[in-house]
Design a binder for this molecule. Structure first.
Ligand SMILES: [Zn+2]
Length: 529
C-alpha cells in the first residue's frame, strides 16, 4: 500500500470520456494508496469537462482546476503537479487507456528509493497493447524516440507514454524548469530529470483501448520537432542547472500561496497574487536564470518588443534616454543634490551622466558586463546585481532605481537594501511599470511591460507604495512617469502601420521630441531621519 498518491488528469474537451476515467480511478486508488486524490486540470475546455468532473461521485476527493484558456497538456499537468497534496504524483490521460493497477508497483519502486520517476513503457515485454493502437502512430512514436535519443541523448523509448509517476518534490523541481506547454513536455521533463541525475525506471503497461487520440499527427508532430530543437539548445546552455529551491514559495511580496493565472507565454506564466494583487512569474526564476538573461545581447537585442533593448547605446536614443533622466532629476529639485548618488541597474551610465553637476560622486551598479564596460570612466562602476553589490560606507544621498524593480525576483529585499544604503533624509527615486496605469489597463496582456520572463513582478502604484512603507520608507510623491521619445521612435513601434508611416512622416518631423506617459509610475520616497 502506498502512503499517499495524487493522480493528475489533464483534460481538454473530455466531457464524454472523463466520467468513466474518474470512476475507474476512484475504484482503483483506494486499493493502491492509503490516501489519494484526483486532480482534474480542465485545460480551457469548450465543453462541460469541468462540470462533469465536479459531478462524478467518486470514492476519493476529486479536485477540479480550471485553466481559463487552452494552454496545452504540459501546462495542464504542471498546474496539477503544483497543486498536488501527496508524496507521490501520478499522471494519466483523460481517456484513461492504461490499467491503473501498475501504479502500485511504480509507486512501490519510488517509495523504496529505487528511482524518483517511474514511467510506463508500451514497448517493454509484458506490456499489452491492443490493435487499436495503429501502425502509423506506432511508427510516429518510434521516430520520435529515435529523435529524442539523437538530439537529446535521451535513452528512453516511448517517452510519450501517458502513464507516469514521480516523487512529488522531484516532480515540482522538474516541472518548475519545464517550458514546453504542449505534448513535448514529456521528453522535456525526462531529459531534465536525467541531466539532473534523477533515476527513471520503466514499467510495462496494459493498454485497454486506443490512445493518443488527441494527438494530431502532422500538426502536433511538427510542433514537437520544434520543441525538440528548442529544448536541445536550452539543455546545451545548461537550462537543467536552474536552482529550484524557490518552487514552493508563494508571492515574492506577501508569501501568499493563492494565485490566479493571468498570462502564459512561451512557457512562462504570470499570475496575480490573491493576497496582494501583485503579478509575478510563477515559479519565480532563480537568480542564476535571470542573470543569464542580461548577457551582452540584452542591450542590443534584435527583437526588442519581446526582449531587451533594440540598441540601447545608439547615439540618438542615448540622448533621448539622458533627457528622460534629466527631466526626472529636475523634478526632484533641491532633493537631487548632494555628495553621492547611485543608479541601480544603471545600464550604460546615462543617469549618472546627467547627475554630474548635482553629485560629486556617481555610482552605477550594473550586472551586465558589457553595459558596465560602456559607463563613462568618471563614474564608479560596480559590476554586480544590486543585492550583491559592494557599496561605499556612509550611504547615498540619492538612490535611483528606474525600470529595474520589475526585473527583480525579491523586490522587497531590493527595496530594503536601498533603504539601508541611503543616509537618513536621503531620497529614493523608483520607476516601474504600473499595472493600473491607463496604458496597462487598456492593453491588458499585450501591454509592452508584460515581457516574460524578463519582467518578474508587475506592481500597481498602490501596491508599490504599500511595500515601500512596509520596508520603512516615507512617501514623498507619486505620479505617472514620462519618457522622452522622438516621433521616429513612435513610428518604429507602430506595428503594422510602421511601413506606411515611415514613408509619409518626413525626417524633420521624426526628429521632434515629446514626453509621453509610459504606463510606469514614478515614486519618490525618503528614509526617515
Ligand atoms: Zn502577494
Amino acid at each position: 500500500m502506498l502512503r499517499g498518491l495524487s493522480l493528475v488528469v489533464p483534460a481538454f474537451d473530455e466531457q464524454s470520456r472523463l466520467p468513466a476515467t474518474l470512476r475507474e480511478a476512484s475504484r482503483m486508488l483506494p486499493r493502491i494508496a492509503a490516501a489519494a486524490e484526483i486532480l482534474v486540470v480542465d485545460d480551457g475546455s469548450r465543453d462541460a469537462t469541468a462540470a462533469v468532473a465536479r459531478q462524478v461521485d467518486a470514492a476519493v476527493p476529486v479536485r477540479v482546476l480550471s485553466q481559463r484558456v487552452n494552454r496545452g497538456k504540459g501546462a495542464a499537468v504542471a498546474r496539477g503537479v503544483q497543486a498536488a497534496t501527496y508524496g507521490l504524483i501520478a499522471i494519466t490521460d483523460a481517456d484513461n487507456p492504461y490499467a491503473l493497477d501498475v501504479l502500485a508497483t511504480m509507486g512501490g519502486a519510488v517509495e523504496a528509493g529505487r528511482c524518483e520517476i517511474a514511467i510506463g513503457a508500451r514497448d517493454l515485454p509484458g506490456s499489452t497493447v491492443n490493435r487499436g493502437y495503429g501502425w502509423l502512430r506506432r511508427s510516429a512514436g518510434q521516430a520520435l524516440s529515435g529523435l529524442t535519443w539523437l538530439l537529446l541523448g535521451l535513452p528512453i523509448r516511448d517517452s510519450q507514454c501517458g502513464l507516469k509517476l514521480f516523487r512529488a518534490d522531484v516532480a515540482r523541481e522538474l516541472f518548475a524548469l519545464r517550458r514546453i506547454p504542449g505534448f513535448g513536455f514529456d521528453f522535456e521533463v525526462l531529459a531534465l530529470a536525467l541531466a539532473r541525475g534523477r533515476r527513471i525506471e520503466r514499467f510495462p503497461v496494459h493498454l485497454t483501448h486506443h490512445d493518443d487520440s488527441r494527438l494530431r499527427l502532422i500538426r502536433d508532430g511538427t510542433r514537437m520537432l520544434r520543441d525538440l530543437f528548442a529544448l536541445r539548445r536550452r539543455l546545451r546552455r545548461g537550462a537543467w542547472r536552474g536552482e529550484v529551491s524557490n518552487v514552493a514559495e508563494g508571492c515574492p511580496c506577501c508569501s501568499d500561496q493563492g494565485f490566479h493565472e493571468q498570462v502564459e507565454r512561451s512557457g512562462w506564466r504570470m499570475v496575480e497574487c490573491e493576497g496582494c494583487g501583485l503579478w509575478y512569474l510563477r515559479p519565480v526564476p532563480s537568480a542564476a536564470e535571470l542573470l543569464a538573461l542580461y548577457d551582452a545581447d540584452y542591450f542590443r537585442s534584435s527583437s526588442a518588443n519581446e526582449f531587451g533593448y533594440a540598441d540601447y547605446g545608439r547615439r540618438a536614443d542615448a540622448e533621448l534616454r539622458r533627457e528622460t533622466f534629466r527631466r526626472r532629476l529636475d523634478a526632484l529639485g533641491p532633493r537631487a543634490r548632494g555628495e553621492r548618488m547611485v543608479d541601480v541597474g544603471g545600464g550604460l551610465g546615462f543617469m549618472a551622466d546627467v547627475a554630474r553637476e548635482r553629485f560629486a560622486e556617481r555610482w552605477v551598479v550594473e550586472p551586465s558586463v558589457w553595459a558596465a564596460s560602456q559607463v563613462a570612466p568618471d563614474h564608479h562602476v560596480v559590476k554586480a546585481a544590486w543585492e550583491q553589490a559592494a557599496l561605499p560606507a556612509g550611504g547615498f544621498d540619492l538612490i535611483s532605481m528606474q525600470d529595474v524593480l520589475e526585473h527583480l525576483p525579491r523586490p522587497g529585499d531590493a527595496l530594503a537594501r536601498a533603504l539601508a544604503a541611503l543616509r537618513p533624509g536621503g531620497y529614493f527615486l523608483v520607476v516601474t511599470p504600473d499595472r493600473m496605469s491607463w496604458l496597462g489597463r487598456l492593453s491588458g496582456e499585450s501591454w509592452l511591460s508584460v515581457k516574460l520572463p524578463e519582467h518578474v513582478v508587475l506592481f500597481t502604484r498602490t501596491r508599490l507604495a504599500a511595500l515601500l512603507r512596509q520596508v520603512g520608507f516615507e512617501m514623498v510623491s507619486i505620479r505617472p512617469a514620462r519618457q522622452v521619445v522622438s516621433i521616429g521612435f513612435l513610428v518604429a513601434r507602430a506595428g503594422f502601420a510602421r511601413a506606411l508611416l515611415e514613408r509619409v512622416v518626413p525626417g524633420s518631423v521624426r526628429a521632434l521630441r515629446l514626453a509621453v506617459p509610459t504606463g510606469s509610475v514614478e515614486i519618490v520616497a525618503t528614509r526617515p531621519v
